[in-house]
Design a protein around this ligand. Structure first.
Ligand code: SF4
Length: 149
């Protein structure tokens, strides 16, 4: 039987009205943070929600709902990484979900759009080892980043 991975996505509440276009496109194309999944691997979305707004109160409860649907991996959406400012609670969210629920967490969904990449590079936002590690799954190539502008 074909391997199937069940994933949940939690987005930054600043983008709560987002229809998820970039996330779902990159999931289909296996780009950005979704490149860790094989093209022949089935991906099923079992939950999609926002953090609930600063300081991210929804993070405490939503994994539980996703677990009831069999979630394997929770993705923290790229908006958390590229917003102005990026979410400074990402690392805590990641560690909390793993520690409390035992679910793997990946930071990122779609590739970083080039316009955000350029502005954050000028701002020096990601000039630390910690941030380099955080953005690594969604960095992609310039060509791909431009396709997500
Ligand atoms: S900055 Fe962080 S805590 Fe605030 S709304 Fe966005 S993801 Fe949630």
């Amino acid at each position: 039987m074909e391997k199937s991975t069940k994933i949940g996505i939690i987005i930054c509440d600043r983008y709560r009205d987002c229809a998820g276009g970039k996330c779902f496109r990159s999931m289909k194309n296996r780009e950005g943070a979704f490149s860790i999944y094989g093209k022949d691997e089935n991906i099923e979305i079992v939950g999609y929600t926002s953090c609930g707004g600063c300081p991210g109160g929804n993070i405490e409860y939503t994994p539980e709902e996703m677990i009831k649907n069999g979630v394997d991996v929770i993705h923290l959406a790229t908006g958390m990484v590229v917003g102005y400012p990026p979410c400074h609670r990402i690392d805590h969210f990641k560690r909390f979900i793993k520690e409390k629920y035992g679910v793997d967490v990946v930071v990122g969904t779609h590739p970083i759009p080039q316009k955000y990449y350029e502005t954050h590079t000028k701002l020096g936002t990601w000039n630390s080892n910690k941030w380099q590690e955080i953005i690594e799954p969604t960095m992609s190539t310039e060509e791909v980043r431009l396709a997500y502008n």
